[in-house]
Design a protein around this ligand. Structure first.
Ligand code: MEV
Length: 440
């Protein structure tokens, strides 16, 4: 076993790579070459990437694709998507094209509230704590003013602080539940800085509060942190058209297609095993745009899935209905996104993605991202209820299989042509490749 390493973070990049390659790979020279192949030839750009995180040894690429023809509130958009999974970009592009002549996507931001909490323990009289809280509210706001000044000027800031008694869940446990408006910023640093200041004020003022006993004065702040659960930072995206315009599949009539779509959504609403996969498909679309625009996809994932379970059972994030001959399909999801701060000014491709999107505000980006999720779900579920997912998916995956098999450009061309009229499976591709090789 390799001995633990001392002072690794202080090693130079080359030293880190040498240590890693020597101790954890079978061919250190090959490892070094491989890692170097992924370095950017522009040293300055490489340094920028090296400094995004810690202990960087190389870059890890994700393909950046684009999905054109998205009509959103009567404006055309091209949506950049960073994702490794084949067929996602094709699927959303297909959905965009389908809805283009049918009015496109209609979207609306419902709310933009962000949340953070100071979690603390108070051992004493809850009524006295409430009295104390009422007294210090203006002091909490005043003490945080140096942090909130700029945000306040732009129309954002702290919108509400409430004291929450959580002692039914955990003895002596209370929260300062704080609401924020962070405008075009995702706001994590702003919120966390405000919360840490609130915690300092809370402790300091409790020690000075005469009605408190010595035990009551000893408020124990456990932690101060934003919540990624943002059920009041909501966006809605919708498509709708007369049922007879649902001419998507040669296999079923528009009427049957609409019924099958509605049924599939009903299933995702009541069956958690299906709901998870259904929502995973939605996140294929959402995460890809979130990543391309330099936002935090883990935060989005956590918040979205919590929202999907908000009523006690994990359920579908999309909804469908047929009413008065019209098919409607929509999504309502919480999305805490930013178009300023974070990576938005740092990462050249993030800057480009935002430019392609027309330099959106955070609210506009929420709408675009929701559309990508809805489009992906529409495409996935419409395949599932008609041809099945594999037909389209495997066609898109064919190139990965051919690359795995080691096909050259000419062979790929021939095999792609062959599979235009044949079903793609891994074994069928291997067999066709073998046959081609034998012929050559
Ligand atoms: C695959 O990445 C996503 C799907 O499974 C989504 C779905 O089943 O709705 C196709």
């Amino acid at each position: 076993m390799t001995a633990p390493v001392e002072g690794f973070s202080k090693f130079t990049k080359a030293e880190k790579i040498t240590w890693l390659a020597n101790n954890y790979t079978s061919n250190p020279e090959e490892t070094k070459k491989l890692l170097k192949r992924y370095w950017n030839s522009d040293a300055q750009l490489q340094q920028l990437h090296d400094e995004f995180i810690e202990n960087t040894i190389t870059n890890y690429y994700l393909p950046l694709g684009v999905a054109p023809n998205f009509l959103i509130n009567d404006q055309l958009h091209v949506i950049p998507m960073a994702i490794e999974e084949s067929s996602v970009v094709a699927a959303v592009s297909k959905a965009a094209k389908f809805w283009l002549p049918r009015g496109g996507f209609k979207t609306k931001v419902i709310s933009t509230e962000k949340i953070g909490q100071v979690h603390f323990m108070f051992r004493g009289d809850p009524k006295k704590l409430q009295g104390f809280f009422d007294k210090i509210q203006p002091i909490l706001i005043k003490d945080a003013a140096p942090i909130t000044k700029n945000m306040d000027k732009r129309g954002g800031g702290v919108t509400k602080i409430t004291l929450r008694d959580c002692t039914n869940d955990l003895p002596n446990y209370y929260q300062l539940h704080c609401c924020f408006e962070t405008l075009d910023a995702m706001g994590a640093n702003f919120i966390n800085s405000c919360l840490e200041q609130f915690a300092t004020t809370l402790k300091r003022e409790s020690q000075r509060y005469e009605p408190f006993t010595e035990t009551e004065k000893a408020i124990e702040v456990v932690m101060s942190i934003l919540s990624n659960y943002v059920p009041n930072c909501l966006v809605k995206a919708e498509v709708s058209c007369p049922v007879d315009q649902l001419t998507l599949s040669k296999k079923v009539t528009p009427q049957v297609f609409a019924e099958k779509m509605v049924r599939a959504i009903q299933i995702a609403k009541v069956a958690p095993y299906r709901a998870v996969t259904h929502n995973k498909g939605i996140m294929n679309g959402i995460d890809a745009v979130v990543i391309a625009t330099g936002n935090d996809f883990r935060a989005v994932e956590a918040g979205v899935h919590a929202y999907a379970a908000k009523d006690g059972q994990y359920t579908s994030l999309t909804h469908a209905k047929v009413a008065a001959g019209t098919f409607s399909f929509w999504i309502e999801i919480p999305l805490a996104l930013g178009t300023v701060g974070g990576l938005t000014k740092l990462h050249p491709l993030v800057k480009l993605a935002l430019e392609i999107l027309g330099k959106p505000s955070a609210k506009e980006l929420m709408q675009i991202v929701a559309v990508a999720g809805l489009a992906q779900n529409f495409a996935a579920v419409s395949s599932l209820v008609t041809t099945g997912i594999q037909e389209g998916h495997m066609k898109m995956h064919l190139m990965n299989i051919l690359n795995q098999l080691g096909a050259n450009a000419e062979e790929k061309k021939k095999l792609v042509a062959h599979f235009k009229t044949n079903t793609v499976t891994h074994s069928a591709a291997a067999a066709a490749f073998e046959k081609l090789k034998n012929k050559e």
